[in-house]
Every structure is written in C-alpha cells, then in structure tokens.
Design a protein around this ligand. Sequence first.
Ligand code: NAP
Length: 248
Amino acid sequence: MDNIVLITGASRGIGAATAVMAAARGYTVCINFLKDEVAASAVVAGIHQQGGRAFAFQADISKERQVVEMFSLIDQNVGRISALVNNAGMIISQQKLVDMTGERLQQVFAINVFGSFFCAKEAIKRMSVKHGGQGGSIVNVSSLAAKYGSPFEYIDYAATKGAIDTMTVGLAKELADDQIRVNAVRPGLIHTDIHASAGEPGRIERVKTRIPMQRGGYPDEIAAAILWLLSDEASYMTGALLDVGGGL
Ligand code: NAP
C-alpha cells in the first residue's frame, strides 16, 4: 500500500527538506503551501526528477474550510494519507508583549495552533482504525521557543509552540488506541527564511554563541528527526517532544 504523507508549509525551509527526504524514502508526498506556488512547484519538480511522487495543494491552514477541502482533494487525487507533518508556522516580528496588537495575537495563534488542530482533526478521520483507516503517525513541528519563551522577541510565537507541545502529549494519549502515534520535534535555530520574515535575517549569527554546538542547524537535520518519528523505527514512541537544537 502507498504511504502517503501530507506536509504543511512544504514550499520552503524545514517542510521542503522533509518533503524531499520523505519522497526519497518512498512516501508519496502532498506538499501544502500558502502563497508561494512557484516554490511549491519547484519542490514537486525536484521530487519528480528523483523518480518520486509528489503533489502540491494550496490552502491556508488557519481556515478550517480550506483544510477540509484540501483533505478531500487529497482523498480524490492521491489517496488516503497515513502520515501528517504539521509543519507550517510563522513569526510576525520582534516585539514586546506590551506592543503587540490583538490582531497579531489572533493571527499567530490561528496559524500556528488552530491550523495544526484542523489538520490533525482531518488526518484522524483518515488514519484511525476506528474510522476504517489503517493507523498512522503525526509529527508536529514545535520549537525550543516553547521551553525558553522568546522574551523581547516573540513570546506569542513561543506560546503557540507551548500549545503544540501540550496538544502533542494529550492527542497522543487520546489516539493511542486508534493506532495513531503523535510526536513533536522541537527545533532550535535553523537556517530558513523564517528569521528574515520576522525582520532579522542574521538572527542566528547574532545568537549562535548561546548554542552549545556554536552553529545553527540545517533543514535536513530536522527533516531526519521528523522522518524517524514518522517511521516504524519509532513504533513505540508517542507523546514525545524531541529536541533538535545543537544542545540548547
Ligand atoms: P519558513 O521557511 O518561513 O516556511 C514557512 C512555510 O509555512 C512556507 O512553506 C509557507 O508557505 C508555509 N505557511 C505559512 N503560513 C501558512 C498557512 N497559513 N497555511 C499554509 N502554509 C503556511 O519556515 P521554517 O523555518 O521552515 O519553519 C517550519 C516550522 O518549523 C514552523 O512551524 C516553525 O515555527 C518551526 N521552527 C522553525 C525554526 C527555525 O529556526 N527555522 C525553529 C523552531 C521551529 P508559503 O511559502 O506559501 O508562504
């Protein structure tokens, strides 16, 4: 049977690296993106060139209706998923809480928290043995920000990742008997566009002396951890928060 994985936010960064690695390991890969269709198509084309199977699906994961529509398009055009990587996430900019607008807080929580909840909900309906599925695996991409809180930068973002950690632990218990494992990876500082989109492209350079390994990580180093958690090699792991942060 085909192993089909949906990776949210897979047009760039950690999601794209996970998509390429998943395809190389035999998964059929569904690549979700928000705006950057050119980048998503390039990831799909790269996978095809390597002999893999991949499809791109545009949807804003913070909108439940769009998530529901994306899942039904995947059902119709690709098949029933057996794996989900809740990777899409964003940071707005560096600010203290006292300066953050309510609109900003709504947006960050809508994408980083509710988006993962909506996708998990649809995935459960396809994977759970209680819904006629064959079981499966969900990996949530959290952050070490959940542990450190990101003071003076983005405690809203850090708190969304705290919510993802709690969801991982609770959902793992809720789904253990449905034969769905739920785990999270908590990356440290990884070289992707997210730092530039939050207003400081050189952030890793500025703070890297705080990292015991004295360097930022690379998307492939997170993708490898995600794929291990998805795989049967992690068959007895559920509810785990796996830190991948160079010692942070
Ligand atoms: P990135 O390079 O900025 O890429 C973000 C991806 O998410 C893009 O594919 C983007 O799509 C997609 N996206 C954003 N909002 C979306 C929405 N509403 N619906 C669907 N897709 C959406 O980010 P990254 O650094 O790879 O981060 C991936 C995950 O790792 C995030 O959850 C992030 O919080 C987490 N993380 C990153 C780091 C780090 O240092 N990089 C550290 C810890 C945790 P478009 O291309 O279409 O805009």
